[in-house]
Design a binder for this molecule. Structure first.
Ligand code: GLY
Length: 350
């Protein structure tokens, strides 16, 4: 039977890298190791339970579970472990897991010896369609998510769709939240595709944005006619999602928070007169088709959310900044009045 593994590419001047997608893709890992590497430091979490064969001398480094592990202390612990093991600058870090693992291991790789190669083996839907691609790495601070990090592109990414079969239901739904986002970034028909085609389509979409604007420098006005065309658009739905996650205390996974954030963004765009009711209804339809939430969790504190959104790294002086839909499609919109944001939060709590 023909292999259903496909190879895509993130095109970057001089640093393009392959993304291998499909059932059994993890078995291609050895051929993706950087030339000259002798040692592979495999960073994972005990619960991931996906074994990899790098074809090099390898050692497993475990990090803790959950978002709590995404902190500077974990990066220090990893780098000290790499050093004790003798990992050199020409060796490789292999991150095996979801977004927490790829973000933390990617950041450790970015700073260890001022940068060693990293290969991501993404084992969750969320990591396959988003976290493992694009080179943003980092950790959280108590003040906010992803506040310390680096752009550090992997030298290859593996998205083995076979390992998704073992994902807990909440994890799968979390990935679907990011997948729903791609429906608004120009990927049609996702819901009717096979899993591997859906993952590959999202990867291809993300790769186009990353290739066009690797470091998110095109946040405002860089696109055609002064519109944003950059990878900042990948943050669609994320300003509220990050605020929900930062404020915490709500039992929402990242993709579930993104789903709420997508509907919030559509409603905010409507309140600002940028889109009509049909656009809001389409956002709700896509989010509900994936059985994801479209309302704020009960008891959520609006002032805390507004404050957290103000601290979001996309915020710039005067009002808040969001990616919003409009007559010309998605764009980064600064200076959104706080009153409009509050009114939509109210609307979404009913
Ligand atoms: N690591 C996720 C990104 O670069 O967008």
């Amino acid at each position: 039977m023909a292999s259903r593994v496909q190879q895509l590419s993130v095109e970057l001047a001089g640093r393009s890298y392959p993304v291998v997608v499909g059932p059994g893709a993890r078995h291609e890992l050895a051929r993706l190791m950087p030339a000259g590497a002798r040692l592979a430091a495999v960073v994972t979490q005990a619960r991931v339970g996906v074994g990899v064969e790098t074809g090099l001398a390898q050692e497993v480094f475990h990090i803790g579970d959950g978002e709590r592990a995404k902190e500077l202390a974990t990066v220090e612990e990893l780098c000290r472990g790499f050093s004790r093991w003798g990992l050199s600058r020409s060796d490789v870090v292999v991150a095996v897991g979801g977004g927490v693992v790829t973000d933390v291991a990617g950041f450790a790789a970015a700073v260890y010896h001022r940068g060693v190669a990293v290969v991501h083996v993404a084992t969750t839907l969320l990591a396959q369609v988003d976290a493992a691609i694009g080179g943003k790495t980092g950790v959280n601070l108590p003040e906010g998510k992803n506040l310390v990090g680096a752009f550090w592109q992997p030298s290859a990414v593996v998205c083995d769709t076979e390992v998704l079969a073992g994902l807990p239901e909440r994890e799968r739904r979390s990935g679907l939240g990011e997948m729903a986002k791609y429906a608004f970034l120009g990927v049609p028909g996702l819901a009717s595709m096979t899993l591997e085609d859906a993952v590959a389509s999202c990867v291809a979409c993300k790769a186009r944005f990353v290739s066009a604007d690797e470091r998110e420098t095109d946040a405002l006005g860089g696109g055609e006619g002064g519109r944003s065309a950059g990878r900042a658009l990948l943050n669609y739905g994320h300003t509220l999602a990050h605020a929900l996650e930062t404020v915490g205390a709500y039992d929402l996974r990242h993709g579930e928070a993104v789903a709420v954030g997508l509907v919030f963004a559509a409603r905010l765009a409507r309140r600002l007169g940028r889109v009509d009711d049909g656009v809001v209804a389409e956002h709700e339809r896509v989010v509900h088709a994936y059985d994801l939430p479209s309302r704020l969790p009960p008891g959520v504190g609006h002032p805390e959310l507004v404050e957290a959104m103000g601290r979001d790294k996309k915020a710039s002086g005067g009002g808040l900044t969001f990616v919003l839909d409009g007559p010309d499609g998605l764009e980064v919109v600064p200076g959104v009045p706080v009153d409009a944001v509050r009114a939509v939060l109210e609307e979404m709590s009913r």
